[in-house]
Design a protein around this ligand. Sequence first.
Ligand code: PRX
Length: 632
Amino acid sequence: MGSFADFHARSINDRDAFWAEQAKLVDWKVQPQQICDYSNPPFAKWFVGGQTNLCHNAVDRHLVDRADQPALIFVSTETDQEKTYTFRDLHAEVQRMAAILQDLGVVKGDRVLIYMPMIAEAAFAMLACVRLGAIHSVVFGGFASHSLATRIEDASPKVIISADAGSRGGKGVPYKPLLDEAINLSAHKPANVIMVDRKLAAFTPVASRDVDYATERAKHMDTVVPCEWVDATHSSYTLYTSGTTGKPKGVQRDTGGYTVALAASMPHIFQGKPGGTFFCTSDIGWVVGHSYIIYGPLIGGMATIMYEGLPIRPDGGIWWSLVEKYKVNVMFSAPTAIRVLKKQDPALLTKYDLSSLQALFLAGEPLDEPTAKWISEGLNGKAIIDNYWQTETGWPILSICNGVEKAPSKFGSPGKAIYGYNVKLVDDQTGEELTGANQKGVLTIEGPLPPGNLQTIWGDDERFVKTYWKTVPNKLVYSTFDWAVRDEDGYFFILGRTDDVINVAGHRLGTREIEESIASHPNVAEVAVVGVADALKGQVAMAFAVLKDPSKAGTPADALKHEGEIMKLVDEQLGAVARPARVRFVALLPKTRSGKLLRRAIQAVCEARDPGDLTTMDDPGALQQIKDLVTG
Ligand code: PRX
């Protein structure tokens, strides 16, 4: 094992040689001719001239060595199902799904939108798309019709793959009515919808559009669908995420760079070995699910557990029982989930044999010290590895990389800049690089972004450039929109977003999207949504609205009724994940004299912090009113 510092330095200073070496971890139909083409910054093209296929690397190539080893372990505590698919089984199922897509006319470059719960068919669907070179766009099952409609419109899919229902706490949660409504709302209409019928919620298929998965699958039990070899730069998928404006961004990923980045992350970051088992508790609707439920572990020849259910049902030991049963080596979750488990009986942590487990990785939101300590002690000193990244990057930016060189963790820090990432802290006012220890700046990455990161925003190169990139003296840098400091040992500490993105239970949400939804209530004139610190969820959304006719919410009972209506509206349009914890009514909102909403001041007041310099504020009474409400 060499030193991590050397490994990192080589990835930056001898970039092409470094990544050429990592590229050997994957199968190529045609070897790349050029490792990185950065002739048109900030657009980086990786492994130019190479041809490969993501599904081949995740599934087919393992048939030689491990056809009969587990590949996908589907566990649902919602429907009491448990089924293991070997690489051979997975290969067959993916071809069946691919054959159905082919029958519906899906070819390379077409988009396919996937709106599904955490069931094995969702994994088949993703893998089938990339097998054909079709670009998938998975939409989180917790999103409702309005959110889904904007994504359908932007991705313009030829086909949508969905299911009758998800399930939560043992109760079916219908998907189909939300999907039908979303297609209604969208200007783009898919030609077909493939419906996986779990028999959890009755539905009426739309004639000539909806096809039944089971019926179509039965026609293709032995159909062979070869992998479509695509250029390394061919898009594998888009995944929508929130930003400053209300319109979600379609993060667009390539094929070759992503495959190499994930393949390299398995040994270097996760220490996952072929034949081992990976258990990531995220959802396929999020980036962590894409990279570490589906693609990363499978590319690395590991079995992956796909879990549908709650972390505390039937009890808070369910995840640990799966670790014992499937001899999980690497586990990946979010701090929120651990905070939920922390409320359960601590004996559940010692009830199972967890000797197979090497490390627990946590990401998506800040890992607070009490939670980190609790789980570290509960797991008897096993490595707890906080890692920091974004939908845009596809794989971690900051972590300790025990596969390269063992390093201690520091509570509250996701570790150091990972190989491939040339991280710079930048002063947001002057654009100067901050090189000293413990200086607060914006965490940026000097271009080119490493393999696996976003290529662009789907259909909007200009937005990609304008949103993320800026020139600081002599450098073009990508902004993460996160504040951070770096200590004298090179460990980073993340201090929150610089923009209007909030993080509720590890779910990234744009406050503008929530504001737009609330503003569609007929009696709402104006609204501000802020993220407020919460002991369990990290943050929750708080809304302050000015009503057109305040007399309609004059009494506490009427105000409560309005609040309920608004929450229902957000549930219906965006989904329960975006529902504010409270909606309070005020006579006016705090603004600057030029009319800019002072969201930071509102947030500070809600968190009982000093709101800072308010000299530009138009009417101090507005902030006082909010203060009275939250302290009253
Ligand atoms: O603010 C950072 C926070 O989550 C944002 C990215 O969210 P998303 O696109 O959903 O991707 C999550 C991938 C893990 C970041 O800009 N964030 C993510 N990980 C951490 C974090 N904040 C603190 N510590 C982390 N480990």
